[in-house]
Design a binder for this molecule. Structure first.
Ligand SMILES: [Ca+2]
Ligand SMILES: [Ca+2]
Length: 394
């Protein structure tokens, strides 16, 4: 009876919130990294993700029936290949958040053709399932040197796998959010690493911006009625958009940058997990902040950073990047990130997982049941460091 009741409560929660969150204890402060990290790394040689896997967005997807056994983690992740010279976005599924099955048709969305705003790379997806419309919605960062820096694009899907860039009826996909182009603005040069939530029918985006006199990244906020037309938030009494989560003061762990927000809703409170770095980037960790006014004003946790690298010799050395937090149907908070063993662009990024303090770590399971159309890719042994072939772009 208790289980039936719990399922009912979870189902009601999921009906009430577009993407369901039911965190059992909002005061999660401590973290345990999964002992088996890294949980995912590059694909087989010649594959679309044969070098880096990084900048992921993970969702715990309840198919919205009473059976918790049909629920899965869905991951959209950024991948790069040196053999293909490509930078695209792929999809993977998992029953436990640890053992992942890559979709056999990856990548599910590619960088644009020559001349497009997202020609050179796309990455950092944020995905939500709009239950009212029955549509999957993705925002992602794209880059082409024709533009000054990164911009943010939009795509939709009926099945989480086949994506159409916006606008779907035009030859040239458009970006939906871009840098202001004003030299002094904190996001005058580049906007990237979006995180979008739909709350009470409105869209909210936290994103990183770059520009102005400060060299680092900082997190800003914009809002929208349709997910396509965005308005930058300006603080009352000003007409200039400023970061809502600025860097810390001199000596702070995040004095160098705040970037890569991941936001979850717990009741009326928003929790943001974000990447911060010191000024010389010898420490990059993951901190959190909370907001009770819908994401405009944030309070940083005084215990930040909550997660940091494991030190020299470890796979995640001294920099942890790009958190993606989600809550499963047991109310447990899981957080994925990427890291590498050396601060060298020749060393690939891999994915790690951490459990919130009150989440019960679960042991790895046998090969998970695969969703229709999803097959696992072979996992190569991990040499930790690979030499790159030099590939000339045609
Ligand atoms: Ca995200
Ligand atoms: Ca279910």
């Amino acid at each position: 009876m208790r289980k039936v009741f719990l399922s009912l409560v979870i189902t009601l929660l999921l009906l009430a919130i577009p993407v369901g969150y039911g965190l059992s204890n909002a005061q999660v402060a401590g973290w345990n990294k999964y002992e088996g990290n890294p949980i995912m790394f590059y694909g087989p040689p010649g594959s679309w993700d044969d070098f880096n896997v990084y900048a992921v967005d993970v969702m715990f997807f309840d198919k919205n029936n009473a059976d918790p056994a049909d629920d899965e983690y869905y991951m959209w992740y950024s991948g790069t290949s040196f053999t293909r010279n490509s930078k695209d976005i792929g999809f993977a599924t998992s029953k436990d958040g640890i053992n992942w099955s890559r979709y056999v048709g990856n990548p599910v969305i590619r960088n644009g053709d020559f001349g497009y705003w997202d020609y050179e790379r796309i990455n950092a997806p944020t995905v939500l399932y709009d239950r009212q419309e029955g549509v999957w919605k993705m925002w992602y960062a794209g880059y082409s040197s024709y533009f000054a820096g990164f911009g943010i694009g939009y795509a939709t899907s009926s099945n989480a796998i086949n994506w159409q860039k916006y606008p779907t009826n035009a030859v040239t996909p458009a970006l939906v959010f871009e840098a202001t182009g004003i030299a002094d603005d904190f996001d005058g040069y580049s906007v990237f690493s979006p995180e979008v939530l739909k709350i009470n029918g409105k869209y909210h985006m936290w994103y990183a911006g770059n520009g102005g006199r400060f060299a680092g990244n900082q997190i800003g906020y914009a809002y929208s009625d349709d997910g396509i037309h965005w308005t930058r938030y300006t603080k009352p009494g000003t007409d200039i958009a400023e970061p809502v989560l600025p860097v810390g003061g001199p000596g702070a762990w995040d004095e160098g940058e705040t970037v890569s927000p991941s936001v979850i809703q717990v009741g009326d409170t928003l929790f943001m997990y974000y990447q911060g770095s010191n000024i010389d980037q010898t420490l990059t960790g993951i901190g959190r902040a909370w907001s009770t006014d819908g994401g405009k004003t944030w309070t940083k946790d005084p215990n930040n950073p909550l997660l940091r690298g494991s030190g020299a010799g470890a796979w995640d050395f001294n920099r942890l990047y790009y958190p993606s937090a989600t809550v499963n149907n047991r109310g447990e908070l899981y957080l994925w990130f990427h890291a590498r063993s050396r601060n060298s662009d020749l060393t690939p990024f891999k994915l790690g997982l951490a459990f919130g303090e009150n989440a019960t770590p679960i042991p790895p399971t046998a090969t998970p049941t695969l969703a229709p159309g999803v097959t696992p890719s072979p996992t190569p042994s991990d040499p930790g460091f690979i030499m790159l072939p030099i590939i000339q772009r045609q």
